[in-house]
Design a protein around this ligand. Sequence first.
Ligand SMILES: *Cc1c(COP(=O)(O)O)cnc(C)c1O
Length: 234
Amino acid sequence: MNDIAHNLAQVREKISAAASRCGRASEEVTLLAVSKTKPASAVAEAINAGQRAFGENYVQEGVEKVRHFREAGTEGLTWHFIGPLQSNKSRLVAEHFDWCHTVDRLRIATRLSEQRPPHLPPLNVLIQVNISDEASKSGVSLAEVDALADAIVELKGVTLRGLMAIPAPESDYVRQFAVAGQMAVAFTRLKARYPTVDTLSLGMSDDMDAAIAAGSTMVRIGTAIFGVRDYTKK
Ligand SMILES: *Cc1c(COP(=O)(O)O)cnc(C)c1O
């Protein structure tokens, strides 16, 4: 087995173990392979190992990979935009991606909706919550989720699927679980209000177990699959 296939098998194993420890089925948790800065050849290795959902942070780089695999005729992939989104890049996301995890204002949601090509299904969107209330992070506060959700569900070109957060780094499991639990409560409330809501994008390499125990349905893992990133080449 090559490294990426081996790493993927290990990550999947960790997800199953974390799910079974809290009595959840591993199928309830989708693994999003975060391929930012990695070449299409690395993504191809992951595809050969059965991976289908990929996350990208940089619009142009992500679009190149989406095009590459579309031209190669690879079917069944889903591409998730998970980076900060500026208004002037929204069209590229609306035209090429299947999901956007980082919607934190109505203006961006409206642009994505208007720019979504009519021949494609609506773009799946998540509201990003600034759960650790960090000034440097994007995302709305928990108190703002309902109002933004109410407005997003009126838009024709997007489908509200749930919530996403990037909690501040925290090594203590109990504190990780407390933060993840706040997200899970908000997610459960939103799901009760809107039938399209089914996704809580929460959990990275260091807090995956706590996120899954709290109820995450999608974990975002990069380095543990593809190895460390080299930003000097960008
Ligand atoms: C880069 C990134 C990840 C993956 O991080 P790793 O530490 O490489 O596993 C997950 N979520 C978001 C939003 C990211 O930007």
